[in-house]
Design a protein around this ligand. Structure first.
Ligand code: TXA
Ligand code: MG
Length: 315
């Protein structure tokens, strides 16, 4: 559905309007010091699914959750001494920390792509901070460009790429860094560089007093690309007409099944529920059959994820 796109000023009225859109589950692009982000309420699976739809992303990768300050970050990620060192040295700023999910985090499982960790960032840009404070909640935000296109560093880039697909953009001129944030993983024994970005690695290593480990395999750099990350315990069979034998049936649309991604056949709802359903099926430890999901819109990303879940397992 095409929406008219509001161009909002970075003043109190514009920020209040942007925060109201986020509260209503709509998408708002906003400036950060790195690139313009495409924001949605990170607790609202349907709003997060709409990010993927607007970007035309063919797969679900975990998204960065933006928060106003360190206190808010602690609600979503498990804090540690290393997190404290890096946050006090570089937040607000172009650094993202991947932490184990905190208990009772309340984030949509689509934001984390079903992983037990979350990427958190406190941006330095005054307008981003004003919006995060006004919204007073976590904002999932990848770069505000269509999938496969160049990241936007001005509101005009955002309008060119996403006009008609999002509620609005807060225009506050060009981004100063122009390169996505550096991502450091703090979920294992040693801090790991997950993505080089706007904050130089040398600065991070100096603050830590130790070198950053390099990701040793594709699993860490691109969790969404690894089949085993999402593979439930049971075998998965796609495009099923009905359950056979001991199978549990995951359905889509008006079908008789054990668990339904979206009884009304809404792909946005199905995307929002996908990882929760996979976790529930995983707990059942039975073979899984999935009915056909249309290969259009968000269905492309849903099928991509399901094909990974169904792919032959590593020994
Ligand atoms: O500068 C930035 O970081 C921009 C602005 C808008 O803040 N945001 C951005 O977000 O680039 P996004 O969502 O596109 O970044 C996603 C990256 C991916 O490389 C993803 O693999 C990594 O963050 N990531 C997110 N959650 C992760 C997790 N739990 N474990 C490992 N990597 C994760
Ligand atoms: Mg991007």
């Amino acid at each position: 559905m095409a929406e008219s796109m509001e161009i909002l000023a970075p003043d109190a009225a514009g920020i209040a309007c942007a925060a109201a859109h986020l509260r209503a589950g709509r998408l708002i692009a906003f400036p950060t010091e790195t690139v313009y982000g495409l924001g949605a309420d990170a607790r609202d699976g349907t709003a997060v699914a709409a990010i993927y739809a607007a970007k035309g992303r063919p797969s679900f990768n975990p998204l960065i959750v933006h928060v106003a300050d360190t206190d808010m970050a602690k609600r979503y990620g498990q804090w540690s001494d290393l997190a404290e060192v890096l946050a006090s040295a570089f937040w607000p700023g172009p650094l993202t920390l991947v932490l184990p999910l905190a208990d009772g985090h309340g984030l949509s499982s689509l934001v984390t792509a079903g992983l037990p960790s979350v990427a958190l960032r406190v941006p330095a840009h005054a307008t981003a901070r004003a919006l995060l404070s006004a919204f007073d909640g976590p904002v999932a935000a990848p770069s505000a460009n269509p999938s496969g296109r160049i990241s936007p560093t001005t509101a005009a880039h955002v309008v060119n790429g996403l006009e008609g697909r999002i509620a609005g953009v807060v225009d506050d001129g060009p981004c100063s860094v122009g390169l996505e944030s550096t991502i450091v993983g703090l979920t294992g024994d040693a801090p790991v560089l997950l993505r080089a970005g706007g904050l130089p690695v040398e600065a991070i290593e100096a603050a830590l007093g130790m070198p950053l480990a390099q990701p040793d395999d594709a699993k860490i750099t691109a969790p969404g690309q690894l089949t085993s990350h999402y593979a439930p315990a049971g075998q998965v069979r796609l495009n099923a007409e009905q359950a056979e034998g001991n199978e549990v049936l995951l359905g889509f649309g008006n079908v008789d099944c054990d668990l339904n991604l979206s009884p009304s056949g809404d792909l946005t709802e199905a995307a929002a529920r996908l990882f929760d359903c996979l976790h529930q099926l995983d707990a059942m430890a039975r073979p899984i059959a999935v009915t056909r999901i249309p290969e259009r819109g968000l269905g492309v990303a849903i099928n991509d994820r399901l094909r990974r879940a169904a792919a032959p397992r590593d020994p």
